[in-house]
Design a protein around this ligand. Structure first.
Ligand code: BGC
Length: 785
């Protein structure tokens, strides 16, 4: 069932070859081994038998900290993370906890606050069942690191594991034992604001990254004091919201669902994810939070998931808005029988389940099974033995964690363009640069450096670009003149004059432009993908000075940067870099570190191209390229194209420049032909290997992300023009070469047939190896019967 079990063999041109247990390989299918042990099952059985009906229902409900008793708190406390809309009201969660009628809490963090509620549950109730504390820890708890779309651009699963673990360590000291993360929704539409929370548009990369998060959060044992339970979300296909509009319908073939959208959730479940969150959206006409096909057939029957499913926030209540439930009772019945174990914030399960069970509309066995899954997790986390948070609580960004965040930010930046200005590429800047103009609303903006979902963060911990540049200027006896120019959504150009003057008196102008944090994340869809407000005019005014310009783009999604691509020498996407924003950007600008990030979402030329993704299906009337090595195509009518824009991305998936350059040898294959039936029989073998030698052809040490893509032709279903099937990061000195080998087997060569079954059929395969999804370095082989 694994779709991504591969091992990269990396060999150096010097001759020796070693086996690198890649991120893709190290996810041994320990599906929920952390949850399900005979000892845990015995304890669950015993406890379940002692519980009253009301106590059981209590386990199925989740609320935030609506009632807090400040007089009972000691030491640093943190109020509920303010990330959700108002809840149902009229709920006293403290009283519920005291009565044994609450199973878990959300976004309630801080040692004294969580312990306050935990004491209510553990000390006061008959069976002393502890609470779970779940929180939206999406990219760091106190030491905020770059947003997930940014860290995905590092293509570095080990880094992501380390970051995830760091967040777990910090959050456990504040009583949080459950993260509503990772979000693994495939996002192909940049209008959807939540693309910032995931890994982008590709299922293969998304799966590797999903596994990396689970490893980082859950470690080897959920009961370890530095582990938290993960919640894979939002199951399923939430990222396919029509028109990129938040909470909108998703509708797709089962083939597309299985081939594109499900793999990252599956990878996370296979890696042992303890919990799953059901999504807001409907899928093919059935809301995901009442969808037996998703929650039972796929999740439980096919994938063998035995963890708990929590609804998204008020998603059970929303079943009435979806129109499949006439009233709360009907919504409750549909959600719990479909497989939603915990009702987050709807206030429906506690209100309606008792009557539904009495009336026989919901079998008692369904309730028992849901409670069983919740207790299983509480035992696995060791909460019955250690219910309270203790030790030294982390209350701000941790100094020792900053270097990892800085590295993560550096690895996540994507150098989109670096043109000669006028001779050498503009970046890196010489350290001897004497007069720097720093312009734009994001240069001195701590709050927008952390991105969406940074609830427990303290903005004072952020090192802004202005602060860093001012320090560097002082050290180098240089000047850094700052002019804000405009606001993020500004309409007035009264600040343009100072910005233009700063640029005129500089050797280089660095512009920090982009979106505010709250323009991405939940409920942040955009119909236009330009620089907001009048930032584009500011950019044009500064470029008109004729000074060399570096554009730094802060955003949580791809933006339309077509004008900048034509007129600005250097453009770098820096996303939302987190607390080390300033130092990380400066490290790259001045060349202490060479950029290495590669895009995981395609950047469009125009918003009308959305949804835009590299792994599109072919069409019967494709455009024709005069020369496959170059963009631009033959002018023809009656082909699949826009009249007013090219088809391809401005900056495609996998694209990202370095301060060095890399050359690729032609690809060699270990065989030209392989039997499809043998691949179907032995799904673990990887009998074919594609190899290429990569050489650093530039002047400095740098890192390249080597990517392997596959195209399949002649099969029973049409297959994407290419699909990522392997990647690795390599660092090379100038002139150094390394041979990179991608082993291929069932997982890489299979696809879904019209019955939505994974198969390998006799077909023609093309393998591409290169530095982006537009690599043209190709080799061919066939699968025979
Ligand atoms: C979001 C989830 C989040 C939950 C709890 C919802 O609105 O969709 O991603 O985990 O709130 O905060």
């Amino acid at each position: 069932m694994s779709s991504c079990r591969s091992t990269l063999l990396v060999g150096f041109s010097l001759g020796f070859v070693f086996s690198l247990a890649s991120a893709q390989a190290s996810h041994d299918a320990a599906s929920n081994a952390q949850l399900a042990s005979p000892e845990i099952e015995r304890k669950v059985d015993t406890l379940l038998k002692r519980m009253t009906f009301d106590e059981k229902i209590g386990q199925l409900v989740q609320y935030s900290a609506t009632e807090v008793h400040p007089e009972k708190l000691s030491g640093p406390s943190t109020a509920a993370l303010n990330v959700n809309p108002p809840g149902p009201g009229g709920v006293d969660s403290y009283a519920l906890a005291q009565n044994g009628e609450l199973g878990s809490m959300l976004n309630t963090v801080g040692q004294s606050l969580t312990n306050h509620f935990q004491h209510a549950a553990v000390d006061n109730t008959r069976l002393h069942i502890p609470l779970l504390f779940g929180a939206d820890v999406i990219h760091g708890f106190r030491t905020i690191f770059p947003v997930p779309l940014a860290t995905a651009s590092s293509w570095d699963p080990d880094l992501i594991t380390d970051l995830a673990h760091m967040a777990a360590v910090e959050a456990r000291t504040a009583g949080v034992n459950w993260f509503y993360s990772p979000m693994v929704d495939i996002a192909r539409d940049a209008r959807w604001g939540r693309c910032t929370e995931g890994a982008g548009e590709d299922p293969y990369l998304g799966s590797a990254i999903a596994r990396a998060y689970i490893r980082g959060y859950q470690g080897d044992s959920l009961s370890a004091s530095d582990s938290v339970a993960a919640s894979v979300k939002h199951f399923a296909a939430y990222g396919a919201a029509e028109a990129g509009r938040e909470y909108n319908t998703t509708d797709m073939s089962e083939l597309q669902l299985r081939q594109v959208y499900l793999p990252p959730y599956h990878a996370a479940v296979e890696a042992g994810a303890a919990t799953v969150m059901s999504a807001f959206n409907s899928l093919n006409g059935v809301p995901a939070s009442a969808n037996p096909f998703l929650l039972q057939t796929i999740l439980r029957d096919e994938w063998g998931f035995d963890g708990l499913v929590v609804s998204d926030y008020t998603a059970v209540m929303e079943l009435t808005h979806h129109g499949i439930a006439l009233d709360p009772a009907m919504a409750t019945e549909k959600a719990i029988t479909a497989g939603v174990d915990i009702d987050m914030m709807s206030h429906y399960y506690d209100a309606d389940l008792p009557a539904l069970v009495k009336a026989g509309r919901v079998p008692m066995a369904v309730v028992d099974e849901a409670v069983r899954r919740i207790l299983r997790l509480k035992f696995a986390l060791g909460l019955f033995d250690h219910p309270f948070a203790d030790g030294v609580e982390v209350t701000g960004a941790v100094v020792e964690h900053r270097p990892l965040v800085r590295r993560a930010a550096e690895e996540s930046f994507v150098l989109l363009q670096n043109k000669p200005a006028p001779e050498d590429p503009l970046l890196p800047l010489a350290k001897s640069t004497k007069r720097i103009a720093l312009i734009g609303p994001l240069a001195d903006d701590a709050s927008d450096m952390v991105g969406a979902w940074s609830g427990a963060n303290n903005f004072g911990d952020v090192r802004t670009l202005l602060a860093t540049m001012a320090e560097l200027a002082q050290q180098n006896s240089a000047t850094c003149t700052y002019a804000k120019g405009t606001e993020i959504s500004g309409t007035s150009n009264s600040g343009f004059g100072a910005a233009v003057a700063a640029a005129q008196n500089s050797d280089v102008a660095i512009l920090a432009l982009g979106e505010s944090s709250d323009m991405t994340g939940e409920a942040a869809s955009r119909a236009f993908l330009d620089l907001p407000g009048n930032q584009q005019q500011l950019l044009e005014a500064v470029v008109a000075t004729g000074k060399p310009v570096v554009l730094l783009v802060f955003s949580g999604r791809p933006l339309v940067l077509d004008w900048a691509a034509q007129h600005v020498s250097a453009v770098m996407e820096v996303w939302y870099p987190g607390v080390e924003a300033g130092p990380a950007i400066a490290d790259i600008l001045f060349g202490d570190v060479a950029p290495s990030g590669k895009l995981t979402m395609s950047f469009p030329r125009a918003v009308g191209q959305e949804p835009l993704y590299y792994n599109q299906l072919p069409t019967g009337r494709p455009i024709q390229h005069a020369d496959p090595a170059h963009p631009g195509y033959v002018e023809m009518k009656f082909v699949s194209r826009y009249l007013d824009a090219p088809n391809d991305a401005l900056f495609p998936f996998g694209h990202g420049l370095s301060y060095s350059t890399f050359g690729y040898s032609s690809i060699s294959l270990s065989t030209q032909s392989i039997s499809s039936s043998s691949l179907m029989r032995d799904r673990k073998r990887q009998p074919i290997a594609a190899t290429a030698t990569v050489t650093n052809t530039g002047k400095r040490r740098a890192t390249e992300i080597v990517q392997c893509y596959i195209n399949i032709r002649g099969a029973s279903t049409e297959q994407p023009v290419r699909n990522l099937k392997g990647f690795t990061r390599i660092s090379l000195d100038p002139g150094q070469s390394q041979t990179v080998q991608f082993p291929l087997g069932f997982n890489e060569l299979s696809f879904y047939n019209a019955k939505a079954q994974p198969v390998v059929e006799p077909a023609d395969y093309t393998v591409y190896i290169g530095g982006s999804s537009t690599a043209i370095n190709a080799a061919h082989f066939v699968t025979t019967p």
